[in-house]
Design a protein around this ligand. Sequence first.
Ligand SMILES: C[S@@+](CC[C@H](N)C(=O)[O-])C[C@H]1O[C@@H](n2cnc3c(N)ncnc32)[C@H](O)[C@@H]1O
Length: 261
Amino acid sequence: MNVMTTLGHVYLVGAGPGDPDLLTVKALRLIEAADVVVHDRLVSDAILEHVRPGAQMINVGKLPNHHPFPQANINALLVSLAGRHQNVVRLKGGDPYMFGRGSEEVGVLREAGISYTVVPGITAAQGIAAATGAPLTHRGLATGVRFVTGHCRAGHDLDLDWDGLADPDTTLVFYMGRGHAAEISEKLRASGLAAEMPVMLVADGTRETESRHFTTLERLAETAAKLEKSRPVLIVIGRVVDLADDLALRAFDLCEQVRHG
Ligand SMILES: C[S@@+](CC[C@H](N)C(=O)[O-])C[C@H]1O[C@@H](n2cnc3c(N)ncnc32)[C@H](O)[C@@H]1O
């Protein structure tokens, strides 16, 4: 093990799906106190506004299938920053341990003998379930939920247990699935899931720009194709989608009242 003498501590912090009110108290405290913040593309501007003036901000954001800042460089950057700063915040969209490569970064920090803390965040599926009214489980509609990656190496098919996934009693939440929407639709139907199973696609979930798109498993690909590629999209498949409410019905909650005066 290559142990170096470090000054700092690295906090892997989940920023939640975008709405700053969904940050944990601990995440907010750490963001405000950070000397340097290394953040992803998915961390919203409304959250980055909480970084204190004078703190360094480093955007290591990646676009789908485009990796301007390779993971190995991010790992090396964290190690190097911990040698120069006391409070290093590695800020990730949603939860650091949900399709966020947080565990890989922790592995590198451990290997380098750098102390770290992981601060959980609300994952996109939870934020979007609450925002839309489509619960992840519901008595009589879904006995369980599965969080699934819809991403794989370019040019390859998704390597998933389609027969296991095609269960009408389970809610399926696909992260990074827009690019493979046609395959998801075809493979689930081939494994027996009904063509008319309700599907919801949510772009920019919990943000001011959020949009919801309701469709069926059969028409998933054509609905997904209409969404701009630059926006994060979550795909929810299952009967619970029928419980989603209309944006117009969303309660005007206390936080919104405080924010808008
Ligand atoms: C690399 S994964 C990171 C997931 C993140 N760690 C989490 O816990 O939510 C990125 C994918 O998460 C989903 N996602 C994250 N935030 C989202 C949001 N606000 N709205 C819709 N989808 C989102 C999208 O499917 C996006 O392609």
